[in-house]
Ligand binder design. Structure first.
Ligand SMILES: C[S@@+](CC[C@H](N)C(=O)[O-])C[C@H]1O[C@@H](n2cnc3c(N)ncnc32)[C@H](O)[C@@H]1O
Length: 306
């Protein structure tokens, strides 16, 4: 079976599991393979990208996630972006659905339609129409993928009488409406159109990769590296009692991937998150000069500059 066929079967499985699951609250934090996705960022990307001078930056290595980090970088003028994620569904969501939405829709249509995908009560036939109308804006593998998912949804409705918005269940932050001020390209219609214009000329690639293996998988140097809050889950790879040395070694290897004057957005901190989950992590012990910047809503970000 080819990659796209595998993706189709795995996402169909996700959809059927979501339909029989009693409550979305039962979902576990598992990012590996094909998993539910973030339809939008929960980070204030607008705030943290305004901390740096991006004018002289050209390329970036960036978590895939919802795609909002990458689309924000494109809006800011970065035209070469390598995306990584352990969740392979992110590729089909970002390069298929979300990119097609930006290419097709006006600013208001984009926000309204993304909200429709997110809301549980949206009529499944309307979801079918939305995705069907986006197919012609997608490149071949993504078109094949979403076409197959559409057919599957059609079958669920017609043959099995399951009348539910399957897109609702595939969203990690189900029900959370679009927070437009978190993404610089959603600040206004002008900003959104600027991203739309840049989108067709940008060079954006996706590779399945765990953040801890970035230096092994990407053999390039970057001006920017964006890691989101992935280090919150470092305990999965380094164990619950991981040592600060793990982090220092990790940063040392990332710095080797960074161009001079490059910047690593090392870790996004949510006000309620226990930094780096049960670790001995405490920033003053870092071997490297870092900046801890305060963002709105008690969010923070840790940056390292080379
Ligand atoms: C950390 S999550 C949280 C959402 C994030 N705050 C945002 O705004 O997008 C973002 C993405 O990181 C991915 N991820 C989590 N741990 C990872 C790891 N160790 N390596 C690569 N990607 C990872 C998830 O699959 C998800 O798509």
């Amino acid at each position: 079976m080819g990659e796209v066929d595998i993706a189709i079967e795995e996402v169909k499985k996700l959809i059927s599991q979501n339909i029989i699951r009693d409550s979305i609250l039962e979902k576990s934090t598992n990012f590996e393979g094909y998993q539910d996705i973030y339809y939008q960022t929960n980070e204030n990307i607008t705030d943290y990208l305004s901390l740096i001078d991006i004018a002289n930056k050209e390329n970036a290595l960036c978590v895939a996630g919802s795609g909002d980090q990458a689309f924000s970088l494109i809006y800011k003028g970065i035209n070469e972006i390598d995306l990584f994620d352990v969740n392979k569904f992110t590729e089909y969501f970002i390069f298929g659905l979300k990119k097609a939405m930006i290419l097709k829709y006006s600013y208001d249509e984009y926000i309204n339609t993304l909200n429709k995908l997110i809301i549980q009560m949206t009529n499944p036939s309307e979801i079918n129409e939305i995705i069907f109308d986006l197919l012609s804006y997608m490149d071949e593998p993504y078109k094949i993928f979403w076409q197959a998912i559409l057919e599957y949804n059609w079958k669920l409705q017609k043959e099995l009488n399951i009348y539910t918005n399957f897109m609702y269940g595939l969203n990690v932050n189900a029900g959370l409406k679009i927070i437009s001020n978190f993404c610089p390209f959603l600040t206004s219609e002008v900003d959104y159109n600027s991203l739309k214009n840049k989108l067709s000329t940008v060079n954006m690639q996706f590779k399945y990769c765990n953040a801890i293996n970035l230096p092994d998988v990407f053999n390039k140097n970057y001006d920017l590296i964006l890691l989101s809050n992935i280090l919150d889950y470092a305990y999965i790879y380094w164990g619950y009692n991981w040592k600060i040395q793990n982090l220092n070694n990790y940063i040392a290897n990332l710095l080797k991937m960074l161009n001079n004057n490059g910047i690593i957005f090392l870790h996004y901190i949510f006000y309620a998150s226990k930094p780096f989950h049960q670790s001995d992590f405490f920033t003053p012990y870092l071997d490297y000069n870092y900046e801890l910047a305060n963002l709105k809503n008690k969010h923070q970000i840790i940056l390292i500059r080379k």
